[in-house]
Design a protein around this ligand. Structure first.
Ligand SMILES: Cc1ncc(COP(=O)(O)O)c(C=O)c1O
Length: 391
């Protein structure tokens, strides 16, 4: 085999997503005839709503197969602005909305526009793992601040103050969070926005799980003024993960820079996906999505007490997303090995904490309720049998 050219140093800091390996292992077991309950998958099990699929197919037939402007179709930017007004009562100029290939694309653009080598970006640990890699990609330093149940696994104004130094150029929050499903209350967000503003730092709020909030009214960080980058996506609530479409609402002064970078790194988000997404805002589609949200709520309301009864500790009730972040210390001090065993010996796939954190990763696992209640029940009964036998 020929010798590889040495890799860029940054690659040593880019970690794989362990859950993907777990998924591959689960699929292999299934091919060998094993039954696996999947509670590790971070995307809705529902297909894309039919009106959206039809709009995507029509776009292809109508010849919408060329590039759009790098910031996206104006019609889609306007539709998103309308959505913010109708759903949140917030007025946003469509000019501030930049369409991207998923929230992932938005995160990369924002980091690219704002980070100089060595700049620090603060984020909660546990949190969505790719965030630290996006920062690293631009030679910044992602700093995960350990958070626990006492702050609902979110950064607070006090934590920002305690950890702040001149080297920080930004703060990244996700509300609801992956993996914890917890929210940043609007009063806290207000103080955090004041804090970052006073330090001349940027605040990025990832609202990708926003449509999936249960029992409380969703409020967007956009209420906190124009100097915040808000990120969202068609992936989760809108059920379009594979279409690779998201957006950011950016402070006006940054839009041209985001545009320039988008022109260079991906030219534009996929055109048929953008046309398809226009159908998301139709009343019929929104009604389908709201039904699904209700199904996710029912699943959470089943799974949360069931998992607690098994002996996992979940101190905070997650108000959104489709995850439970559970302390598994009663069963193990090595959640990675534990998830491997649950997969091969109990036929249940869940995600080890290591995918989301350095802080207490070995004591935590994530359950995703992206499968039917019947499957969740089967998973819980398998876990019950396995864990009780083991104890
Ligand atoms: C918190 C969070 N942000 C961003 C993303 C990226 O999503 P996408 O690029 O599909 O929009 C994910 C995906 O799981 C996520 O959980």
């Amino acid at each position: 085999m020929s010798k590889l050219h040495p890799l860029a140093r940054r690659m040593a800091d880019i970690e794989p997503f362990h859950v993907m390996d777990l998924l591959a292992q689960a699929r292999l077991l299934e091919r060998r005839g094993h039954s696996i309950v999947h509670m590790q998958i971070g995307e809705p099990d529902f297909p894309t709503p039919t009106p959206v699929i039809e709009a995507g197919v029509k776009a292809l037939h109508d010849g919408h197969t060329h590039y759009t402007p790098a910031v996206g179709l104006m019609a889609l930017r306007e539709a998103i602005a309308g959505y913010y007004f109708n759903r949140y009562g917030v007025e946003v100029s469509p000019e501030r909305i930049v369409i991207t290939p998923g929230a992932s694309g938005a995160l990369q653009l924002i980091m690219g526009v704002l980070i100089n080598p060595g700049d620090r970006v603060m984020m909660a640990d546990p949190g969505y793992p790719c965030n630290r890699h996006f920062v690293r990609q631009y030679e910044g330093q992602p700093i995960g601040v350990p958070v626990g149940a006492e702050t609902a696994y979110q950064l607070t104004p006090e934590l920002l103050n305690e950890h702040w130094s001149e080297r920080y150029s930004g703060v990244l929050l996700a509300s609801p969070s992956n993996p914890t499903g917890t929210l940043v209350p609007q009063e806290e967000l207000h103080k955090i926005a004041d804090f970052t503003r006073s330090k001349g730092a940027i605040l990025i709020v990832d609202e990708i799980y926003h449509g999936l909030i249960y029992g409380t009214i969703a409020r967007s960080a956009l209420e906190q003024g124009e100097q915040i980058f808000v990120i969202n996506s068609f992936s989760k609530y809108f059920g379009m993960t594979g279409w690779r479409l998201g957006w950011t609402v950016a402070p006006e002064g940054y839009v041209r820079e985001l545009d320039k970078l988008a022109q260079n790194i991906f030219l534009a988000a996929a055109t048929p996906s953008q046309y398809a997404a226009l159908a998301v805002f139709k009343p019929l589609t929104l009604a389908i999505l709201e039904q699904r949200r209700e199904i996710f709520r029912q699943r959470r309301d089943y799974l949360l007490p069931a998992v607690r009864n098994l002996g996992f500790h979940i101190p905070i009730t997650p108000e959104g997303a489709f995850y439970l972040y559970a302390n598994c210390e009663r069963f193990t001090q090595d959640s990675f090995e534990f998830t491997q065993k649950l997969l091969t010996e109990a036929g249940v796939a869940i995600t080890p904490g290591i995918d989301f954190s350095h802080h207490q990763a070995a004591q935590h696992v994530r359950f995703a309720y992206t499968t039917s209640i019947n499957n969740l029940k089967l998973g819980v009964s398998r876990l019950d049998r396995y864990l009780n036998r083991k104890l």
